[in-house]
Ligand binder design. Structure first.
Ligand SMILES: Cc1cc2nc3c(=O)[nH]c(=O)nc-3n(C[C@H](O)[C@H](O)[C@H](O)COP(=O)(O)OP(=O)(O)OC[C@H]3O[C@@H](n4cnc5c(N)ncnc54)[C@H](O)[C@@H]3O)c2cc1C
Length: 573
């Protein structure tokens, strides 16, 4: 590791070399200034790809839920990269080169290779332009030590090498807490890396969760215990292996809800045309006593564009409040048989893709989610509670956008009688058993109690929000550098009332009342804020699990790209 000492230039370290680092690299390269040096530290071998798009998060059977047209701009488009790959290799990956177009989704591992290719192209460009960029693959950063006295920050690697920088951008991405995996036989804290599931299980397997993470586990397990085959009508069937007749997967989720399916998305245009601008939002916040109003966003960014986008749907919701709208949709989902609804939505999604016509309200909801992610920290605590309790459950179901291929596999497995979903209550518990496996304690919708024993259990609830205590860099964790994210109540009375209801996340601070939200407090440009409200100018925090309170959308690629742009502009300005 030898970065030459270059005086008078800002030395920037990027910790973690996944997609967020790739988009940062692109933004710095675009600006072409030479008054900084960049070091990128990546624990793994491959730069640009990140967790979901390498073996750490995918096998060949895992498909991305974004198509080429939704991937934020890099150096060259995905189509071009696909075109450059040998046809035989693509065929093995299930991609027909001649039929590939920008609306197709592709395996995550291929997307990861594309990101790696884009990273290499950027590196070439940087070398030609003599930008000082130093890549450190296979280099895990162990600690980050802030030195406010000298306005510097130290990065310490696992091999105890230390390096001094002016700015550190933390992009360490996904992190899966390890609780019982490895200690209790048959207990998996997450399905990642999915290679660990490539085993025979001749019994019932319990999954907690029924959304994208569960689907990742299901498609891997179904491949090991049987094979998929299309009949002459094109219908997919799952044919079981003979030696695991007892293999079956049982998903457990609140209200037994399945996620919605990928539709055609005109997304990029939609965002540009109908979303409120940053300026509009800022103006609204100023005029609204410093708070962003959830109702204002719902009116301006959902109902208003609906008037022309889908007048019929607009008539149905024009007089509805946010809660009424969400309850209406959720009730339909809760009352329907989950797999019948899944099949119906699959047919609707296919129509949408065939005709290249979006399902407008779903696309608007995705755009709404994108819009609210950045200014969410300006909601009042009253609105944040509504957002978390009312809107988030709907958003997480609708914008999961299960890829068609995964959807067909789930339906085939269900039709073969090897996949089931059960409804559990909010107080349901998973009890790990010393001798292996678990007991799932839950009540169904009628209040009947169950204590179901499973030999294998996989937690598929997805990336959990992480807190200050989980933060990996001990020197930043200690001391007053980072602080708990919290959001102010507009009305002290409401804060007091919420506390009275037993909400342990509510606290009083002087005359004001606050709601704790997951992760650490950051500014609009992702700098951490300490307990006294001081902004740290040397650190930028883009590791999504640690900022999910203030940025509740869990970091799709559009998050990586937008956040990278904001941070680069902040540093360069
Ligand atoms: C299973 C899964 C599937 C997903 N699929 C999609 C999808 O299809 N479409 C979409 O838009 N979004 C998807 N996402 C969202 C995804 O989070 C983002 O697309 C993206 O991966 C975030 O990039 P990142 O660089 O912030 O984090 P990551 O991808 O997690 O990358 C972080 C990088 O930092 C490195 N690192 C971590 N700690 C250290 C350290 N201490 N020192 C050095 N290096 C370190 C890691 O090795 C890794 O390479 C998915 C998420 C998951 C979990």
């Amino acid at each position: 590791m030898s970065t030459p000492a270059i005086n008078n230039r800002k030395k920037i370290a990027i910790i973690g070399g996944g997609p967020t680092a790739l988009f940062l690299f692109k933004e710095f390269a675009k600006r072409g200034k030479k008054d900084y040096t960049i070091d990128i530290f990546e624990a793994g071998q491959q730069l640009g790809s990140g967790m979901p798009y390498t073996k750490a998060g995918a096998n060949a059977e895992h498909i991305s839920n974004v198509s080429a047209n939704e991937i934020p701009e890099l150096i060259s488009p995905l189509n071009e990269y696909i075109d450059s790959l040998p046809a035989k290799y693509l065929e093995e990956a299930g991609i027909d080169k001649d039929l590939f177009h920008e609306y197709k989704v592709i395996p995550r591992l291929i997307l990861g290779q594309y990101f790696n290719d884009q990273f290499k192209q950027l590196l070439e460009k940087a070398k030609k332009e003599q930008t000082d960029i130093y890549i450190h693959p296979c280099t895990r950063v162990e600690d980050i030590i802030d030195k406010p006295g000298s306005n510097k920050i130290m990065v310490e690697t696992a091999s105890h090498e230390s390096r001094e920088f002016d700015i550190v951008i933390i992009c360490t991405g996904h992190s899966w807490p390890c609780s019982k995996e490895g200690k209790i036989k048959g207990y998996y804290d997450s399905p990642y890396p999915p290679q660990k599931l490539l085993k025979q299980f001749n019994h019932l397997i319990a999954l907690k969760g029924s959304s994208l993470t569960a689907i990742d586990a299901i498609v891997t397990l179904s491949k090991i215990h049987g094979r998929f085959s299309k009949d002459n009508t094109g219908q997919l069937a799952w044919l079981p292996n003979e030696d695991t007749p007892e293999f079956k997967i049982v998903m457990h989720s609140l209200q037994a809800l399945l996620p919605a399916i990928r539709i055609h998305l005109d997304d990029p245009q939609l965002k540009k045309d109908i979303l409120l601008s940053e300026k509009d939002i800022f103006k609204h916040i100023v005029e609204n006593d410093g708070f962003l109003s959830l109702d204002y966003l719902f009116e301006k960014n959902f109902k208003e564009p609906m008037k022309s986008g889908d007048p019929e749907f607009y008539q149905e919701i024009r007089n509805k409040k946010l809660e009424d709208f969400v309850n209406g949709i959720m009730q339909i989902r809760e009352q329907a048989d989950p797999f019948q609804l899944f099949k119906a939505e699959y047919r609707e999604a296919n129509r949408s893709i065939r005709r290249q016509k979006p399902v407008y309200w779903k696309e608007l909801l995705a755009a709404f989610n994108f819009l609210i992610n950045y200014p969410a920290k300006h909601l009042s605590a009253e609105d944040m509670i509504r957002f978390q309790k009312v809107l988030m459950p709907l958003i997480s179901i609708i914008i999961a956008f299960v890829p068609q291929e995964s959807c067909e596999q789930l339906i085939a497995l269900y039709d073969a009688g090897r996949l089931e979903i059960v409804s559990v209550d909010e107080d349901s518990k998973v009890e790990a058993c010393e001798e292996g496996g678990i007991i799932y304690h839950y009540k169904d919708e009628s209040g009947n109690e169950y204590h179901q024993r499973y030999l294998t259990y996989i937690d598929c609830t997805g990336q959990p929000p992480l807190s200050l205590e989980d933060f990996p860099f001990r020197s930043l964790r200690k001391g007053n550098i980072l602080s708990q994210a919290r959001i102010k109540f507009r009305s002290g009375e409401e804060g007091k009332k919420e506390k009275g209801k037993g909400n342990k996340k509510v606290e009083q601070d002087g005359e004001n009342w606050f709601l704790h939200v997951p992760g650490i407090a950051i500014t609009d440009s992702f700098s951490p804020i300490d307990n006294e409200g001081h902004i740290n100018p040397r650190i930028y925090m883009l590791a999504s699990p640690f900022i999910s309170g203030f940025n509740p959308d869990f970091s799709g690629l559009d998050f990586c790209a937008t956040a990278a742009k904001i941070v680069t502009e902040d540093i360069i300005s």
